[in-house]
Every structure is written in C-alpha cells, then in structure tokens.
Design a protein around this ligand. Sequence first.
Ligand code: ATP
Length: 276
Amino acid sequence: MRPPPLLEVDGLTMRFGGLSAVSDLSFSAGQGEITAVIGPNGAGKTTLFNCITGFYRPQVGRLSLHHPDGAALRLERMADHVIARKARVARTFQNIRLFPKMSVLENLIVAQHRVLMAASVFSLAGLLGLGRYRRAERAAIDLARHWLDRTGLTAFADVEAGSLPYGHQRRLEIARAMCTRPLLLCLDEPAAGLNPRESGDLNHLLQGIRDEEKIGLLLIEHDMSVVMGISDRVVVLDHGSLIAEGSPAEVRGNPAVIRAYLGEPDEPAAVLGGEG
Ligand SMILES: Nc1ncnc2c1ncn2[C@@H]1O[C@H](COP(=O)(O)OP(=O)(O)OP(=O)(O)O)[C@@H](O)[C@H]1O
C-alpha cells in the first residue's frame, strides 16, 4: 500500500512561448518515500523542480503539499521564499551552491537564519538581550552538529566549504537543506560527479534520511545505480509528458521507457541497469 501523498502534482503545464516544457503532468510523491524523476535530456525534469520550488509559475495545474496538520498548501500560488519557509520544501542544485568562503559550520548556521531572526523578534534588543534568542542559537548549533555528524563532515566543521572535495560539498548541500527542517527535499542530480564509492555513500545517506526523518525525497538523477538502488517510485518524463510511473522494476521493463532512452526496444540494461 502506498503512503499518504506528500506532494500532489495535478495537470501541471509549463510553457515557454510555443514550447511545452511540462505538459499536463500528474503524479504524487509519498511521505517517507524516495521518488525519482528521470527522463532523457530536455524531458522537463528541471522545469518541474522549478515549478515546485516557485522559480517558475506554471500556466496550468495544481501543486499541493500536504502538511502533517492536514493543511494542503498550494505551491503554484506561492513565492519561492514562502515555499521554502511555510511549505517547508528544500532544494539542492545540480551546480553546487554553497557559500564557498564560509566554513562548513557557518553554512549550516546561515541556513537557519530565518529561525534565528524570528527568535530575535527582528530587533537589536532581541539579539542582545533575550534568552529566547540564545536558546534558538543553541538549538541551531545543535542541529548543525547533528547534520555534520550524519553527513560525516564533523572533522571539516571549520574548513572553508569551497575547499572541500566535491563529494563532501554535495553532502554539505544536503546537510544545509536538512537544517531547514524540510518536509520535502528536492535533490537535483545529487550523484553528478561522484565516484562509485561516494555514490554508494550518498545512497546510504538518502535512505537514512527517508527512514529516520520520514520526509519525502524527490530526486532528479541520471545515475541509474542510484535511481534503481534507492527509489521507492520512479516517474518517467519524455518531452514534458509522463510516460511511465511505478516501482524501479516496473519502470525498467517498460517498453515506452526503453524507447525514450534508446530509441529502440533492445538492450535496456545498457541505460536502465542498476540494483533495484
Ligand atoms: N527558461 C526557459 N526558457 C525557454 N525554454 C526553456 C526554459 N527552461 C527550460 N526550457 C526548455 O524546456 C525543455 C525542458 O527543459 P528542462 O531543463 O526542464 O529539461 P531536463 O529534463 O531537466 O533536461 P536535462 O536532463 O538536460 O537537465 C527544454 O526544451 C528546454 O530547452
């Protein structure tokens, strides 16, 4: 049985001039599930992420984020900063976007600036005088330390983020996103540029986040060992439309998926291999 939907995408269409980058797309991503969005180049994956995170406003369709208190927030009506803060959707990027000159720890504290500023009641007096701010600061440091530990970065806490090896920077991006306490974590090609060992570590980290935090993860990924190895559901796009949806095993054997990737029905293992 599928878990309750966390994100429901309903009839989503996003056009650029005459081009439909996403076309009448519907699917759901469950709470406590890893949902992978795959498809050939130009299929509309990044456009979908940009609609979910408020960077684009779709012309048609609904994006509903179901909160544990029963509220269904309509993301397509919200600005990006409201989606991050109120709907609690966090995102990492294909091209890593850390503060490279800040330390690893500072990156994780800055991610929590909204909570800290709220605790200061947005005033200097609040910053200087209130126990409430000091408690919030303590909690922010504890949360940062927790995610440093979970991502294996504790030893690098004081190191400049930009000087970390690539695989560590990817994990730091995930730690930073988790410091915002998201309900939905959107990961844009988290395995890009990782070697097989780092990719294995990433799988382990993402499965741990799913199982322990019970949040939803939505990932765009081209590395099929990651997609087939850790996803609970796979959504396949081609030319902006949904062509398949199901478990990794169901999707891997789907003729439409094989055609979209290979242009012919032979040799699915070449592109859609992996564990699963
Ligand atoms: N801002 C934009 N303006 C015009 N066209 C765009 C814009 N963003 C995306 N597109 C077009 O929309 C289509 C889908 O692009 P998108 O980047 O969403 O695909 P993708 O599946 O993420 O591809 P890739 O795997 O190569 O990253 C492409 O034809 C792309 O050129």
